[in-house]
Design a protein around this ligand. Structure first.
Ligand SMILES: Cc1cc2nc3c(=O)[nH]c(=O)nc-3n(C[C@H](O)[C@H](O)[C@H](O)COP(=O)(O)O)c2cc1C
Length: 397
């Protein structure tokens, strides 16, 4: 997977910088061409000479060479197929999140057009500090990919999460990324995510607890693999990566209108939005006044977007989501038939860590032959990758 790949390795001033030497060795062994760029402070922890010998390339550390020539950070960044920053300190992470550019590594980062992988490495309290966590979220929203740190003994002597992923695991992570790399190039993918809000009067609506996290992770994953992704996103404060075309909507009707418009020219449609099943039969243009007696609001069914797309389906691969509280697989099987789906991703609110709002999910995929594929509890990003890989194998058949 990594043979012939041009890998720019950024090394920052964490104690794990010594592991960069092994990482260079392993990447080179896999046939990658490695160039190393270091922050000035990183040189305290590992010698540029060591990394230069192992990578068989000059190691860059400053904006200017000793001969006072400019080390062109733009050329360095554009050379790379992949930029891996390992280890990445809390300091560099914060600078990446805010756009600071006071060293060659950060200037190269801001100039890079390739995917950037970041392996945080720090003591567990530094890692769990709200600023580090929010910086990780921020750089992830820019499209950077985090190689999660591991648990274990830390340089401080404490035990916990924060130590840089082992070089072998970083190599495995990159190989897995390249396995599906660009595999959806030329494919048009339509994804819905988030809740819908069905208005009752100017101040009230029917909604649900969906945040759109799962659908956004899916949109990012497909865009990352080269797909042309349009995300129809219900009301949420979250956003997808810039590479995703995002259309924000409020109601099921708006979502439906965009879906039917785009579906004709779609290759793969994934309907992960939690669309409200009912809306007020009549919208009140004035705020409904509180009365002494109980209020009854007549509800009417919203349009079933998935079923409607199922009717319009020709060459498209149509994927549904099912969130149930009981008999998850049974309901999912019925839904596949009733709505003409290719497969369905089912999650149960009964599984701890699965469902709305959280960062994790636990899914089963049920295909149109009734075969059930079970997955463990994972981050929503990893679940998105599983769904992507399943889709790839499904459309290849
Ligand atoms: C012995 C020692 C070990 C350190 N280890 C880490 C570390 O593992 N992670 C981290 O984020 N900062 C660590 N630091 C702090 C960074 O070296 C410091 O924030 C530095 O300014 C980071 O520079 P850079 O991000 O430009 O490379 C360590 C400092 C010392 C003195």
């Amino acid at each position: 997977m990594l043979k012939g790949k041009k890998i720019l390795l950024g090394v920052t001033a964490g104690i794990a910088a010594y592991k960069a030497a092994n990482l260079v060795r392993l990447l080179s062994k896999k046939g990658a061409e490695v160039k190393v760029i270091m922050t000035p402070d990183a040189q305290i922890f590992v010698s540029p000479h060591t990394l230069s010998v192992l990578s068989k390339n000059k190691v860059e550390t400053d904006f200017f060479t000793t001969e006072k020539e400019w080390n062109n950070h733009v050329h360095i960044a554009l050379w790379a197929d992949v930029f891996v920053i390992a280890p990445c300190t809390a300091n560099t992470l914060a600078k990446m999140a805010t756009g600071l550019c006071d060293n060659l590594l950060l200037a190269a980062y801001l100039s890079a057009r390739c995917k950037v992988y970041v392996a945080p490495a720090m003591d567990m309290d530094m890692y769990h500090h709200p600023t580090s966590q929010s910086n990780i979220q921020k750089i992830t929203s820019f499209g950077n990919i985090i190689i999660p740190p591991e648990n274990g003994e830390l340089a401080s002597g404490l035990y916990g999460e924060g130590r840089m992923a082992e070089p072998e695991n970083i190599v495995l992570f990159l190989e897995k990324e390249f396995e599906t790399h660009g595999s959806f190039k030329g494919k048009k993918v339509l994804i819905t995510a988030g809740p819908t809000y069905e208005e009752i009067d100017p101040v009230r609506f029917i909604g649900n607890r969906s945040t759109g996290k799962m659908g956004i992770a899916l949109a990012n994953a497909f865009a990352h693999e080269g797909a042309d992704v349009t995300l129809i996103l219900g009301p949420t404060h979250l956003s997808p990566d810039n590479s995703v075309t995002c259309i924000r909507v409020e109601s099921s009707n708006e979502m439906y209108a965009h879906c039917t418009e785009l579906f004709k020219n779609t290759d793969i449609a994934i309907m992960s939005a939690a669309v409200a099943d009912y809306k007020a039969a009549e919208y009140s243009h004035q705020k409904i006044k509180k009365k002494e007696i109980d209020l009854q609001i007549k509800l009417t069914k919203t349009v079933d977007i998935l079923a409607e797309l199922g009717k319009q389906k020709k060459q498209q691969c149509l994927i549904g989501f099912a969130l149930e509280t009981e008999n998850v697989v049974e309901y999912a099987k019925q839904k596949i038939k009733a709505k003409n789906l290719d497969f369905i991703v089912a999650n149960s609110l009964q599984d701890a860590g699965a469902g709305f709002a959280g960062n994790t999910n636990k899914i089963s995929i049920i295909d149109n032959k009734g075969k059930v594929f079970e997955y463990g509890l994972k981050s929503k990003e990893d679940v998105a990758k599983d769904i992507l890989t399943f889709t790839l194998n499904f459309i290849k058949k």
